[in-house]
Design a binder for this molecule. Structure first.
Ligand SMILES: Cc1cc2nc3c(=O)[nH]c(=O)nc-3n(C[C@H](O)[C@H](O)[C@H](O)COP(=O)(O)OP(=O)(O)OC[C@H]3O[C@@H](n4cnc5c(N)ncnc54)[C@H](O)[C@@H]3O)c2cc1C
Length: 573
């Protein structure tokens, strides 16, 4: 069972969490040169980025510069002309480029994370040989075409169709919307309905130059305005059979696998954004004087800077742990990847809000970078799966696998669904047993490795892993299969899982850093302690609110307002 899913069964899989992973030597070598080259190329464009944001355009010469740096071939194996970076190395590059500009990052990030990832994950040898060399050099730019006007979160409801012809080719018809790189891509990974016994959806590799393929104008967006976002249309497009990605009917699985695998790119970008915001906020706080003092002296400003730092450290810890899971060949990392996306995307939005608040009036002015940073990061909780849908996914995939993977408890867990009363307490008992049998973190192999200063934090995660197992038990018992419709409860399970998994990643990283010389190690331990206390308060609240909440009242109020279609009160009457 995956690390995050195990938490719902009351287990902390310490082998998969400790020690905190190190970036591969080969990645370090490439990154050593690459990060500096990125800074040198992007830093002189800072004024341009602001202009391109206003003009909603990214000039072709700039995209050529990204090509020249090798940024379209980051994760493509060297044998095809790429740099062969791991997921962790790739996320680190995106973090660096996102310190300069989100739209620039997105142009090569969407290409790698989702546009051509399908070929890496599912491509045949022939497809890889045909496309990867061109994709590595940026001669071909890739885009991922799933969303349609009627199919956003409910991606399985797409209407774009592909009909199989007698000669084995396919005819593709439909329109995709909001496609990143839509206007500049040469190769689209397209998902289309192909109802058959084999399955409902198939993934195709479609070249932009083929007759019948076109794209709409650049969308006028709130943020990441320079990044190309367009509709992409397919009218009677002939697709050869060798351009089916994976096998007919398995397109939905392909789409989900690509999105799961690509999440650390988005997370890495969010971390880069936070690093820039922290640098801006610290400079502003020290330079700006009010009431005779730099505002950096004031507790409320210091609290913001400390919280931004904790959020960034936590996001970084979870993103690179998940990247390591992907790189080390773990099969099931989808729940962890979703957690990293939700956490990092919300952390950068909190940081953008607080950095702008520290700059206050200046922050609101377009001459300063805060408003663009706030607009640019707003997309991160929306695309590649909205955070609402990902929270439901986190909770449901955890609960679903819980029953399946308990082995000896399988029968008893089935009982929970079949006879809710009979199955009472089975998971909680199981969780207690496991912890008391020295499976829990801190009691087993790692006990000697966790510094004494982090023992209390460790105990918090142990306790709330138990609480999560009990909560899972309680919910399965109370609702059985209808738990899928209890969104308030699922959100609480997701939020406890997020705090636990992110917290354990922070604990692991701080344990490694504790030995580092100087302040960095001591401060990392401090961050882990504070994160644990903050997480404890949030988790305690979620546990309490599983049974004592205002869910029904809120639902009823929403129903009333939805029926009214407006806020119905006024002080006048
Ligand atoms: C700038 C930009 C770039 C994009 N790039 C791409 C791309 O390259 N390729 C691509 O295929 N797509 C892309 N998208 C599409 C993006 O992935 C979708 O916008 C996203 O999946 C959400 O779909 P939607 O906007 O239709 O929202 P909807 O699905 O309509 O959701 C509306 C609201 O309802 C919530 N919601 C939906 N279902 C549920 C549920 N079951 N329970 C509770 N709440 C729910 C959502 O969380 C959201 O708050 C892009 C979008 C944007 C804005």
């Amino acid at each position: 069972m995956s690390v995050a899913k195990s938490l719902l069964a009351g287990r902390i899989v310490e082998d998969a969490l400790f020690p905190y992973p190190r970036l591969r030597e080969k990645d370090r070598e490439v990154l050593g040169m690459m990060l500096e080259a990125i800074d040198q190329f992007l830093a002189p464009h800072h004024q341009d980025f602001r202009r391109w944001d206003r003009d909603a355009a990214q000039p072709a010469e700039f995209i050529q510069g990204l090509r020249d740096l090798g940024l379209f071939g980051l994760i493509i194996p060297e044998e095809f002309g790429g740099l062969g970076l791991s997921n962790a190395g790739y996320a680190r590059v995106l973090s660096q480029s996102s310190m300069h500009d989100s739209s620039a990052s997105l142009t090569f990030g969407a290409h790698s994370s989702i546009g051509m990832k399908g070929i890496l994950l599912f491509g045949t040898a022939e497809q890889r040989a045909r496309y990867l060399p061109k994709l590595a050099g940026g001669e071909m730019i890739a885009a991922f075409c799933l969303t349609e006007s009627g199919a956003g979160s409910d991606a399985a409801s797409i209407r774009t169709r592909a009909e199989k012809n007698a000669d084995g080719t396919w005819t593709l018809n439909g329109e995709k919307i909001w496609i990143t790189n839509g206007g500049i891509a040469d190769l689209y990974t397209v998902f289309a309905r192909t109802e058959s016994d084999a399955g409902k959806i198939t993934a195709f590799l479609v070249e932009a130059r083929w007759p019948g393929v076109s794209h709409g104008p650049h969308e006028d967006k709130m943020g990441i305005r320079a990044s190309s976002t367009t509709t992409v249309s397919f009218v009677d497009v002939k697709v050869p059979p060798q351009n089916v990605l994976d096998v007919e009917g398995k397109g939905f699985k392909v789409a989900m696998a690509i999105l799961n695998n690509g999440r650390t790119g988005l997370g890495g970008g969010a971390v880069g954004g936070m690093k820039t915001l922290i640098a801006l906020a610290t400079q502003q706080a020290q330079v700006r004087k009010q009431f005779g003092e730099p505002i950096a002296q004031y507790g409320l400003i210091r609290e913001k800077i400390a919280q931004m730092t904790i959020d960034c450290f936590a996001a970084e810890s979870v993103v690179w742990m998940v990247a390591h899971y992907i790189d080390s060949g773990r099969e099931d990392y989808s729940m962890e990847a979703a957690i990293s996306k939700v956490y990092a995307s919300e952390a950068v939005q909190r940081s953008a809000y607080e950095a702008l608040q520290i700059a206050a009036g200046n922050g609101f002015m377009r001459d300063f970078p805060y408003e663009q940073a706030s607009r640019d990061c707003r997309i991160l909780t929306i695309f590649e799966g909205t955070n609402e849908v990902l929270r439901l996914y986190i909770a449901l995939s955890g609960l679903k696998d819980l029953g399946k993977s308990l082995g000896e408890l399988k029968v008893a867990v089935d009982e929970i669904f079949n006879h809710p009363i009979k199955g009472f307490g089975v998971l909680a008992d199981y969780a207690e047993k496991r912890l008391s049998h020295a499976t829990g973190v801190g009691r087993d192999k790692i006990v000697g490795k966790i510094p004494p200063a982090l023992r209390e934090a460790t105990a918090i995660y142990e306790k709330y892993t138990m609480e999560l197992a009990k909560a899972s038990d309680f919910l399965l018992r109370k609702y059985g299969r209808s738990i899928a419709g209890r969104q308030h409860a699922l959100k609480r399970v997701a939020d406890i899982s997020i705090d636990l998994f992110v917290g354990l990643c922070v604990l692991s990283r701080a344990t490694t850093l504790a030995a580092a010389p100087g302040d960095a190690g001591t401060q990392a331990v401090g961050i882990a302690q504070t994160f644990a206390q903050q997480a404890k308060r949030r988790m305690a609240n979620h546990v309490r609110r599983l049974t004592r909440n205002e869910d029904e009242e809120m639902d009823q109020l929403a129903g009333f307002v939805l029926e009214q279609g407006r806020y119905p009160w006024d002080v006048l009457g």
